[in-house]
Design a protein around this ligand. Sequence first.
Ligand code: MG
Length: 369
Amino acid sequence: MKISRITVFHVDLPLEHPYWLAGGSLKFETLDATIVKLETDEGLIGWGEGTPWGHTYVPAHGPGIRAGLETMAPFILGLDPRNVLDVERAMDLALPGHLYAKSPVDMACWDIAGQAAGRPIADLMGGGSRTPAPIASSVGAKTVDETREVMERYRARGYVAHSVKIGGDVERDIARIRDVEKIRKPGERVLYDVNRAWTRQQALRVMTATQDLDVMFEQPGESLDDIAAIRALHPAPVSVDESLVTLQDACRIARDGLAEVFGIKLNRVGGLTKAARMRDVGLAHGIDFYVMATGGSVLADTEALHLAATIPDQNLLGVWACQDMLTVDIADGRGPRNTNGHLALTDTPGLGVAPNEDSLGQPVAIYTS
Ligand code: MG
């Protein structure tokens, strides 16, 4: 089986509500999605998606994915998509780095491999849990009142896990954390996500002022060096996501004890093939997980769910479903959907969901062998 055609679509995915990160310094209204259709000489079709969270969140952007695909296409065409390692190595040879540009191709290859085997991707990766995974909300807000309002909106949809975005102002962060802990319901899981927005002194001040609450922080500094410095001075559990990009990052975090949780975002780390290695490093070091798409449609959510399903239930803290934040649905309601705040894997072979091609518009590029 050979990859015979790569078709690239560009779709804008508007967010239902404006979204704020880093204490309100970054605003997001529309996500730039790249949808990739891989066709094979045997008629199987695989779908992939790469949707960074805007251009300002991490070093990844939509036009960069499409430029990267143009560069990598000649190296991918003709390969057997079921041999995901061959495709991975070809992409790494054609374009070092730029992991976010590779994830949609990796995803489409896994989709085809699953369909060819008649098994869901997670089962093909070694076995997928069918326990519904809790979806973490994404509470991008600025004030105490807004935080309550957004959390209520998610609770109304059944969410029991929340990622509350903080950072940027010490007093406000302390007030918001104390308020959320006050209204937190039994069984609710809350992660306070700084998204790199603290300096070291800000991190230590907020973490110390909320020490009595026993809460967990995500990405409390810009870099792994910052997190290492903070960790030496404060015992709060930490999740790392923006600084977890490569397998080398995962090894350093695990070996040096920089975090208790990996936040794996599949677009950022380059897709399922690379993320699976991070999973294994984490599991071998007693690290738990949040698994997410960086953003995007139900296709990206479903990719993340497959990896999440390969993690033992007790080590998986949550997934994320960006689908609930968008005003458009390129798959017409198909695929895993939020049910009482959880996503459940189905037995459909491959990825298990495909877009309605009519909703993607005209292709922006087609590469053929
Ligand atoms: Mg995060």
